[in-house]
Design a protein around this ligand. Structure first.
Ligand SMILES: Nc1ncnc2c1ncn2[C@@H]1O[C@H](COP(=O)(O)OP(=O)(O)OP(=O)(O)O)[C@@H](O)[C@H]1O
Ligand code: SF4
Ligand SMILES: [Mg+2]
Length: 344
């Protein structure tokens, strides 16, 4: 088995909650609350879950845009050396920030409206002292062409472009430093359905061309199904299930995954067990005051009082089959409904 490019262990990001005039800390939002996951070189790992479950915070802490509170982010370099990014100080991070880049969700707000495409895409080259002048220009032109934009637009500003084109600029900016790991945070969610497939195809082509590894963050399970090799399901700051995509969709082993999958559109009714539909009605609990025991017990249709809600450490992510992990005390006894693959 190949060694992972990323090995995240017990990662936590707790944001302080301040109150009063003097800003006293009265609690913590546990945005990421003990995450374990690995990413293999060349794979696309999906990260799914409801709004507010901590996906963006996890992606930002792995790329060290924000500093995690505790835990390990083991990153394996090209020479095989593993570095714990969580332990590095700001100035030690530079070489790694070239290797791990983020594509942000919103192609409108993430591009500076006062910078031309040449400045936006060339900025990382300039800031890292890699290229200036005509060399920078050549590299920007080359990268724009690779993401499907004509270099003749280099001196235009972002407002001249459509959402899909701006996301191509975002991708060019992320790839210009030649990263190995790309964290794509909802890269197509803000785009019209008609351009989503184009951007997803572009990401797939670039992955092959540049041997990229992706952490693909999305709340859209149909998109994740079409692009990811494995999927991690996140709930209230924790990974509750992790498996290969086809296995996770067909045979979920965590009730939260079953509930998410029940909302996946399947035009063909034979591909869905309609009678087993589970609805997530209530809102996500407050991440600064998570429920005792299993965090999902307040919404879980299979919760057992006195078992699932007992305070102390809730269920941990256990191996339950080859490459399949789930954090549910009842995963052995429950028979949960998945969705058959449309891709078969
Ligand atoms: N800088 C911050 N300070 C305090 N709380 C934060 C901060 N950033 C995020 N949070 C909180 O952390 C939790 C996780 O937020 P996050 O943005 O990571 O979720 P998400 O899964 O990406 O949601 P979405 O699908 O809406 O993008 C939320 O409760 C959010 O309000
Ligand atoms: S541990 Fe209990 S509450 Fe949690 S997911 Fe499993 S059955 Fe539901
Ligand atoms: Mg987010």
């Amino acid at each position: 088995m190949t060694m992972p490019i990323l090995d995240v262990r017990d990662l936590k990001v707790h944001f302080p909650v301040k109150a009063g005039f003097i800003g006293r800390t009265v609690g913590h939002v546990r945005a990421v609350d003990g995450v374990d996951l690995t990413i293999q070189p060349g794979e696309t790992l999906g990260l799914v879950g409801e709004s507010g479950c901590g996906k963006t915070t996890l992606g930002r802490s792995i790329s060290r845009i924000i500093k995690p509170s505790t835990g390990m982010i083991g990153y394996r370099g090209t020479d095989g050396t593993v570095t714990d990014l969580a332990a590095l100080r700001e100035r030690e991070l530079r070489p790694f920030q070239r290797q791990i880049r983020v594509v942000f969700q919103d192609p409108f707000s993430s591009l500076n409206p006062r910078m031309t495409l040449r400045q936006i895409v060339g900025e990382p080259l300039r800031a890292n002292g890699i290229a200036t002048g005509s060399e920078l220009e050549d590299r920007v032109a080359d990268m724009l062409a690779r993401v499907g934009l004509s270099p003749k637009y280099m001196d235009r500003y972002p407002h001249a472009f459509s959402g899909g084109e701006r996301q191509r600029v975002n991708i060019a900016r992320a790839l210009i430093l030649g990263p190995r790991l790309v964290i794509a945070d909802e890269p197509v969610s803000a785009l019209d359905v008609s351009v989503r497939a184009q951007i997803l195809n572009l990401l797939r082509d670039l992955q092959e061309e540049f041997s990229l590894t992706f952490l693909f963050v999305s709340h859209d399970l149909s998109v994740v199904e079409s692009v990811c090799d494995r999927v991690a399901v996140m709930y209230l700051g924790k990974i509750v299930e992790l498996a290969e995509t086809a296995e996770l969709y067909a045979s979920p082993r965590h009730p939260y995954t079953e509930a998410l999958l029940s909302a996946v559109p399947r035009p063909d009714p034979r591909l869905r067990d309609v009678g087993r539909r589970v609805r997530l009605t209530d809102d996500l609990p407050d991440p600064s005051n998570p429920p005792a025991g299993c965090y999902f017990h307040t919404r879980c249709p299979y919760a057992v009082a006195g078992v699932c809600d007992v305070s102390g450490q809730g269920p941990v992510l256990d191996g339950i089959g080859p490459g399949h992990h789930a954090a549910c005390l009842r995963s052995d006894e429950l028979s949960l409904a998945g969705v058959a693959s449309e891709l078969a």
